[in-house]
Ligand binder design. Structure first.
Ligand SMILES: *Cc1c(COP(=O)(O)O)cnc(C)c1O
Length: 363
């Protein structure tokens, strides 16, 4: 079976993790935590970074750091991984959903203003499947209405918006380093920002809100959201290879596009002329004129040894975040989208084989 995602840990991962074990610095103190944070901040051109135990914790901590809580509203894409909306709910605030646009599958900035009211505090754009959201349009609206922007860049390490790295936008940007992400620490996350006070506040809250001057004095309720030195050791080794991974993922995407160019009934992964898509997941839409449904397509590929994933389910269609309204583009994409195998370990032969199966199924 060709997997959808698979990490590549063949750089300095073993060396750095071994160093943690040999020196017995395995908890959240240790040199790799700061080294990994500094490396990611530098990669994104951000001044500050705070690592966390996962990406969802990073999103939650970003919201809490900005003071968002009960009674507030935060605008979140209807088409994203559920964690983006859950992080808002954890604070007691309400996620308000915004539909996607058809061209690049990102949140549609033209719909934002209709959703803003006096309770709205922030917008959380997501760089979905590795393609940046339209940050200029989002930032312009946020500035006009005095809203915070929290970029969920969990799927877009190494992607660019108008030449600027994803993970550098908004008041705070967040990464995940889960096992299937562009770079991984197994589980892990990070907040990045340029404001020293926000960094200090996030660092304080993620360490049980413990006073930095009096040990075991906690002026408020904080969290244990720390990353361990062992995870950061993996992360540093992965970050050293981020440019290489981006190159491979883009080469693989180009190969997919070449092989699939003449297959009828599918829509290929888009890339805006203002974007560098990192193709976290190389994704296609199974259009209505393809001979079989998206679900049948996934079953057929599995029988031929190719694993796939469906697009995320639109968040407002699930019991935990049910809404009366419909978000037609999110629903359209969610019903038709498939993530094809996207690991950096894919060979050109793997991609040729996968595309041959897709062409055969097209009839
Ligand atoms: C993976 C992901 C997250 C959550 O990250 P975890 O590290 O799994 O908690 C959040 N948002 C998006 C868009 C993601 O893809």
């Amino acid at each position: 079976m060709i997997p959808v995602a698979e990490p590549d840990l063949k750089g300095n991962e073993l060396k750095y993790v071994t160093d943690c074990v040999v020196t017995e610095w395995i908890s959240s103190l240790g040199k790799y935590v700061r080294a990994f944070e500094e490396r990611m901040a530098e990669f994104c051109g951000r001044r500050y970074a705070v690592s966390t135990c996962n990406g969802t914790a990073a999103l939650h901590l970003a919201l809490v750091t900005l003071g968002i809580g009960p009674g507030d509203e935060v605008i979140v894409p209807a088409l994203t991984f559920v964690a983006t909306a859950n992080a808002v709910s954890y604070t007691g605030a309400t996620p308000v959903f915004v539909d996607a646009e058809r061209d690049y599958w990102q949140l549609d900035p033209s719909l934002l203003e209709g959703l803003i009211n006096e309770r709205t505090k922030a917008i959380m754009p997501v760089d979905l499947y590795g393609h940046p959201a339209d940050m200029d349009a989002i930032n312009e609206i946020a500035q006009r209405h005095h809203l915070y922007v929290i970029e969920d860049a969990a799927e877009a390490h190494g992607a660019l918006y108008k030449g600027q790295p994803c993970g550098s936008f908004g008041d705070i940007s967040c990464f995940s380093f889960f096992g299937n992400k562009v770079i991984t620490t197994g589980e892990g996350g990070m907040l990045l920002m340029d404001d020293a006070d926000l960094c200090e506040r996030a660092r304080f809250l993620h360490n049980h809100a413990m006073s930095t001057t009096e040990r075991y004095f906690h002026p408020e309720i904080g969290y244990n959201y720390r990353l361990t030195n062992v995870q950061a050791a993996l992360g540093l080794a992965q970050a050293e290879r981020l440019d290489e991974f981006v190159r491979i993922k883009r080469d693989n995407a180009a190969l997919y596009a070449e092989h699939l160019a003449d297959v009828p009934g599918i829509t290929l992964a888009p890339e805006a002329d203002w974007a560098r898509n990192v193709y976290w997941m190389y994704s296609i839409l199974i259009d209505d004129d393809y001979p079989i449904s998206r679900n049948a397509f996934q079953v057929a590929l599995k029988e031929r040894g190719v694993d796939t994933r469906p697009f995320f389910r639109a968040i407002h269609t699930m019991p935990c975040h049910q809404r009366e309204e419909s978000f037609p583009v999110a629903e359209y994409l969610s019903a038709r989208g498939v993530n094809l195998p996207s690991s950096v370990k894919l060979t050109p032969e793997n991609i040729a084989y996968i595309c041959q199966q897709i062409a055969e199924l097209a009839g």
